[in-house]
Design a protein around this ligand. Structure first.
Ligand SMILES: Cc1cc2nc3c(=O)[nH]c(=O)nc-3n(C[C@H](O)[C@H](O)[C@H](O)COP(=O)(O)OP(=O)(O)OC[C@H]3O[C@@H](n4cnc5c(N)ncnc54)[C@H](O)[C@@H]3O)c2cc1C
Length: 384
């Protein structure tokens, strides 16, 4: 058993850390306008990411990407999460996000959707959640009925990130209500300008994100836009969400690490009742607990990534990594914010932003209750 990161990943981690420390952190409180990176920073940092070989980080080499394994990607995501310089959801600085489902497209579909997205000319949103189907996507009602070579789509999708800025939606639809999530859900790529598609609401959230509601009313989608086979959509989407859960895990590590850095520095310099806070046991224990929990989370996340790279099924490891790292990072932010007293509540430090962002992650892309529910299923099966 070797717990060390391979040498090339240690170097990658150091390179990204230097960039984050020297470029991102010094600008982190002014680089974004709302939840969008300002154009001057985007241009500068995307160029840097290209120079560091991080462009198209997510994409295999055969498509011109960096071709990194999952462990390598997580190491990069972890380092980027040490700062609030970049939007916490949406586009980073390593090129367009290519959702794994796009690799399931056939050659003709790749020409229409994949390559324009890869070149940054078009954008894609992921539309699964509905007003009555969030944690339980199997209960979705958006229906696609086939008429010859067209699907007629009717339904409502809610809380869809960047739907208002996307050219296409990766839309999850019910094609066979009797089968539901067991072969009755399919994935269509829908042109957002199609007749019958309208954005009917934008929700303001405490994180600043404004996910949208999309209504589909007798919207005609060519059968040629079906991803994979009919009924395969749920399985394909779950595969992508699995990787997303590991990304959540990596984010939790980066956030917690920087919080411990900030908390330790502040505790050493802040004097109350004649002594630095760092000499008070009440403060030391907050830092010690955070350090222990970060270590445990890192072992979990790296192990899941390593297993993924061996081609093994990591569904359970991904559930555990997301659950533990999301909760851990929120606890650490909370403790470190407390160490900072009043200044922790100001917008001069990244803590307040993380407090809200990490809180939101206990709900999005798989709420913690749902993670526990699926882990419990595994436990009940494993032990008699
Ligand atoms: C900012 C933001 C961006 C989003 N972006 C997207 C996107 O791009 N695409 C997309 O498809 N969706 C997106 N979502 C939707 C998000 O994934 C859902 O909000 C999330 O899955 C939870 O679903 P829900 O809101 O319907 O809550 P519900 O499913 O109604 O759950 C409510 C609460 O009950 C708990 N709960 C549910 N079932 C159980 C159970 N069996 N046992 C115990 N507790 C349970 C949940 O954990 C939660 O705490 C986004 C949401 C937000 C807020």
């Amino acid at each position: 058993m070797d717990f060390n990161l391979p040498e090339e990943l240690q170097m990658l981690k150091q390179t990204v850390r230097r960039f984050v420390d020297q470029e991102l952190i010094p600008n982190e409180m002014q680089s974004c306008e709302g939840n969008e990176l300002k154009p001057e920073f985007r241009e500068r940092w995307e160029k840097k990411a290209q120079d560091m070989g991080l462009w198209l980080l997510d994409v295999p080499e055969e498509y011109g990407g960096a071709g990194l394994g999952v462990l390598a990607k997580l190491v990069v995501w972890e380092e980027f999460a040490r700062t609030v310089a970049l939007p916490s959801r949406g586009e980073g600085i390593t090129g367009p996000e290519i959702r794994p489902i796009l690799y399931a497209l056939n050659d003709e579909q790749k020409q229409r959707f994949f390559y324009p997205i890869l070149r940054g000319e078009k954008r894609l949103c992921f539309a699964q959640t509905e007003p009555d189907a969030g944690s339980d996507p199997g209960s979705m009602k958006t229906r696609a009925v086939r008429r010859g070579d067209t699907y007629i789509v009717n339904g409502v999708k809610r809380f869809i990130t960047a739907a208002d800025r996307s050219d296409f939606a990766q839309l999850m639809v019910l094609t066979d209500p009797a089968k539901g999530s067991h072969g009755g859900i399919s994935c269509l790529i829908v042109d957002m300008k199609s007749p019958g598609v309208s954005i009917t609401a934008k929700y303001k959230t405490i994180m600043g994100d404004e996910p949208c509601e999309i209504v589909f009313e007798d919207c005609k989608v060519p059968v040629a836009n079906l991803v994979g086979k009919e009924g395969e959509g749920f399985k394909l989407a779950q595969k992508w969400l699995g990787l997303g859960r590991l990304k959540h895990g990596a984010r939790g590590l980066g956030v917690a690490e920087r919080c411990i850095e900030l908390g330790t520095r502040y505790a050493k310099q802040r004097v109350t009742f004649g002594k630095p806070l760092s000499e008070r046991q009440a403060i030391q224990w907050k830092l010690a607990d955070s350090f222990v929990e970060l270590h445990a989370a890192r072992l979990m996340v790296y192990h899941a990534a390593w297993k993924y790279d061996q081609g093994e099924d990591v569904r359970n490891e991904a559930y555990m990594a997301k659950l533990y790292a999301d909760e851990m990072s929120f606890r650490v932010v909370d403790r470190v914010l407390q160490i900072h007293g009043g200044i922790g509540l100001t917008l001069d430090l990244p803590l307040a932003k993380w407090f809200v962002d990490q809180r939101s992650r206990l709900i999005t892309e798989g709420a913690v209750e749902v993670m526990r529910m699926v882990i419990a299923r595994h436990v009940l099966k494993q032990y008699n």
